[in-house]
Design a binder for this molecule. Structure first.
Ligand code: DON
Length: 572
C-alpha cells in the first residue's frame, strides 16, 4: 500500500502530458518539481536559452521530438507564459527574428497595438500633465495583445502540430511547478499591486511564497486549452475575448472585441547590415533595436575598438558616445513606420553616420545638450524576456517578448489567468516626457488608434559566411540595444569568450539623461578616467539578462544563459 502511494506521488510529480491529456500528449518528460539551472552548455544538435530552466527544457524536448528551432521557440514562449509570469506572456507582445535553414531571413512583428479608442492625449490630465499611473498600471495601460497571433504566424515555419507545442505549457499550468527562490521573492513583492489592480483574485495572490512552493494556474490552463483547440480564435474571439472584455469593463479599459478580432501579426523585412564581413539581422520598426544597433556598430567600425580593450576608458567612452548619438535619433525619428515616415535609410547611411561623429572627441565627453537628433537633408517632418534557439540544420531563432513592466499592467484577466501588458507607456504620452525607461519621444511615437508603440527590443542574429554565428538578445527596456551592441562587440572585437561577453559588466547611455549607467563590476580606475573626461557615472543594478548562442568553427553549439537571473541554457 505504502509503495502504491509512493508510486502515485512519484507519477504525479514527474510531469508527463500523457497523464493529463490523453491523445494530446506532448510526451515531454520533465520533472517540474525538481530541476536544476544550467548556465552553459556545448552540444551538437540544438540549444535553447531562456529566462527559466523549465522553459528551456521544454524547448529542447521539442527539438528532440523532431521539431525545428521555430517549434522550440513557440513551445518555449508558451512555457514561459506559465513558469515566468512576470514577463513570459500571452497578454503581451514581441518580435521574432529568424534565419531558416534554407537561408530565408524572417522578422515577425507581434507587438501590441493601440486600441481603436486610444487617442494621442489619453494619458494627460485637464492641465495637460502626464498621468504615468494610467499609462503604466491597470486596465488603461494595455495595448491589444499580440503574442498569440505571433505564435500562430510563426507556426508556418514549424514542423510539429501546434497542439504538441502548447501541451507542455498546459501541463505546467494545470499540474503546477515548483517556483524558484527569485520567483518567490518577486511574487511576494507583487501582492499589493495584485490587490490594487484586480477584482478577481489571481493564482499568484498569496502571502509568503517560498522557494519550492507549487504554482498551479487553472484559469491559465483553460485559456491555453482554448487556444490549443480553437487556434488563434481561442484567444482573440469566443470565451477568452469575452473574459478580456469583462475585465475591461470592470476596470474602465478600452480594448474592444473588435480590437481583439482585428489584431494581426505582421511579417516584415528584417533590418540587415554588414559589419566587417558579418551580416547582422535585426528587427525593423516598430522596434528601434535593429536600426540603433546598426547605427552604433557603424559608428565604431573604422575606429579599431578591438585594440582599446574591454571596459577600458577609451572603449567605454567611444561606445557611450555612439549610444548617445543613436538614442538622440531614436527620440526624434523612430516610431511605427506604418504610421510615421521613419527615415531608416538616411539614418543608417555611411555619410550620415560619419557626420554624426564629427564632434566626437576621444578624450572628452560630448554633452547631450550638444547632440541633437541628426539633420537629414530632404526630410520633413524592465519586464521583458528573450530566448535564443538553434537546431542542427542551422535554423536560428531570436525572440524577445514583453509585458513591458514586470507583470505588465499588474491586471490579470479575471477567469482567464494571464497578465495584460502595460505597453501603452512605450508610446510618447507627451512630447519630451520620459517613459518608465527614461526614453523621450515626440510625433513619430505619438499614440494613434491601431499604431504600435516604439520598442527597444533587439532580437538579433549575426551571420558569418551566411551561416548563424550568434543568436543574441536580452530584456532591459532601453538598455536592450546597448547590451546587444556590447555583447557583439565583446565577442567580435575583444575576442571575449561567450560566457564573459554575457556575464561581465555592462553599461548604458541613452542621450537623456546625460549619464553613463554602470554595473558595479566596472573597475574604479575606469570610472575615475571617465569622470575626468567629463562623464557623469551612475551605478545601477544588473543590466539585462542576455542569452547568447554561438556556433563554433566545427559547428558545435555553445549556449550561455545570463547569471543575472534564473536563466538557463539547455541543449543536446
Ligand atoms: O519594448 C520595449 O522596448 C520595452 N517594453 C521593453 C521592456 C523591458 O525590456 C523590460 N525588461 N526588463
Amino acid at each position: 500500500m505504502k509503495k502504491f502511494f509512493l508510486f502515485l506521488l512519484f507519477s504525479s510529480l514527474v510531469f508527463s502530458c500523457a497523464v493529463s491529456e490523453k491523445n494530446k500528449s506532448s510526451s515531454v518528460s520533465i520533472n517540474p518539481f525538481q530541476y536544476s539551472t544550467q548556465k552553459t552548455i556545448t552540444c551538437s544538435n540544438g540549444a535553447v536559452v531562456s529566462a527559466h530552466p523549465l522553459a528551456s527544457k521544454v524547448g529542447v524536448e521539442i527539438l528532440k521530438m523532431g521539431g525545428n528551432a521555430v517549434d522550440a521557440a513557440i513551445a518555449t514562449q508558451l512555457a514561459l507564459a506559465v513558469v515566468y509570469p512576470n514577463a513570459g506572456n500571452i497578454g503581451g507582445g514581441g518580435f521574432m527574428v529568424a534565419r531558416l535553414s534554407d537561408g530565408k531571413l524572417i522578422a515577425l512583428d507581434y507587438r501590441e497595438m493601440a486600441p481603436g479608442r486610444a487617442h494621442r492625449d489619453m494619458y494627460l490630465n485637464e492641465k495637460g500633465d502626464p498621468m504615468h499611473e494610467k499609462s503604466q498600471e491597470g486596465h488603461l495601460s494595455s495595448g491589444v495583445p499580440g503574442t498569440v497571433a505571433g505564435l500562430f504566424s510563426s507556426h508556418q515555419y514549424a514542423k510539429l502540430p501546434f497542439e504538441k507545442l502548447i501541451q507542455p505549457a498546459i501541463d505546467l499550468a494545470e499540474n503546477g511547478f515548483a517556483i524558484t527562490e527569485r520567483e518567490a521573492s518577486s511574487f511576494n513583492a507583487l501582492q499589493n499591486d495584485l490587490k490594487n489592480y484586480n477584482t478577481v483574485t489571481p493564482a499568484l495572490a498569496k502571502e509568503n511564497w517560498k522557494k519550492g512552493d507549487t504554482l498551479i494556474q487553472t484559469d491559465l490552463a483553460n485559456t491555453l486549452k482554448r487556444i490549443r483547440d480553437k487556434g488563434q480564435a481561442g484567444f482573440y474571439e469566443g470565451e477568452t475575448a469575452r473574459l478580456i472584455m469583462e475585465e475591461m469593463k470592470r476596470g474602465n479599459g478600452i480594448i474592444t472585441l473588435e480590437d481583439l478580432k482585428n489584431y494581426k501579426a505582421i511579417s516584415r523585412e528584417p533590418h540587415t547590415f554588414n559589419y566587417k564581413g558579418y551580416k547582422i539581422v535585426g528587427m525593423p520598426m516598430p522596434s528601434s533595436g535593429g536600426l540603433l544597433l546598426n547605427q552604433m556598430m557603424k559608428m565604431i567600425e573604422d575606429r579599431d575598438i578591438g585594440k582599446m580593450g574591454f571596459l577600458s576608458p577609451q572603449a567605454m567612452q567611444l561606445m557611450t558616445e555612439v549610444e548617445r548619438r543613436a538614442f538622440a535619433d531614436r527620440a526624434r525619428y523612430m516610431g511605427d513606420a506604418d504610421f510615421y515616415k521613419v527615415p531608416v535609410a538616411m539614418l543608417c547611411s555611411d555619410k550620415y553616420l560619419q557626420e554624426r561623429m564629427f564632434n566626437y572627441d576621444p578624450v572628452k565627453a560630448t554633452p547631450s545638450s550638444m547632440i541633437q537628433p541628426g539633420k537629414l537633408a530632404g526630410y520633413e517632418s524592465e519586464e521583458t524576456t528573450h530566448l535564443s534557439v538553434i537546431d542542427k540544420d542551422g535554423n536560428a531563432v531570436a525572440v524577445t517578448t514583453t509585458l513591458n513592466d514586470s507583470y505588465g499592467s499588474k491586471t490579470v484577466v479575471g477567469g482567464a489567468g494571464f497578465f495584460l501588458n502595460d505597453e501603452m507607456d512605450d508610446f510618447s504620452i507627451k512630447p519630451g516626457v520620459p517613459n518608465m525607461y527614461g526614453a523621450v519621444g515626440g510625433e513619430a511615437n505619438a499614440i494613434k488608434p491601431g499604431k504600435r508603440m516604439l520598442s527597444s527590443m533587439t532580437p538579433t542574429i549575426v551571420l558569418k559566411d551566411n551561416y548563424p554565428y550568434l543568436v543574441v538578445g536580452t530584456p532591459g527596456g532601453t538598455t536592450i540595444p546597448t547590451s546587444v551592441f556590447q555583447t557583439i562587440v565583446d565577442i567580435i572585437e575583444f575576442n571575449m569568450s561567450t560566457q564573459d561577453a554575457v556575464w561581465k559588466a555592462k553599461f548604458h547611455h541613452q542621450w537623456l539623461p546625460d549619464e553613463i549607467m554602470i554595473e558595479r563590476a566596472v573597475p574604479e580606475a575606469t570610472r575615475e578616467a571617465l569622470r575626468k573626461m567629463g562623464y557623469t557615472v551612475k551605478d545601477r543594478g544588473p543590466i539585462g539578462r542576455t542569452e547568447v548562442i554561438k556556433v563554433l568553427p566545427d559547428k558545435k553549439i555553445e549556449a550561455v544563459a545570463d547569471v543575472r537571473g534564473d536563466d538557463a541554457a539547455e541543449g543536446w
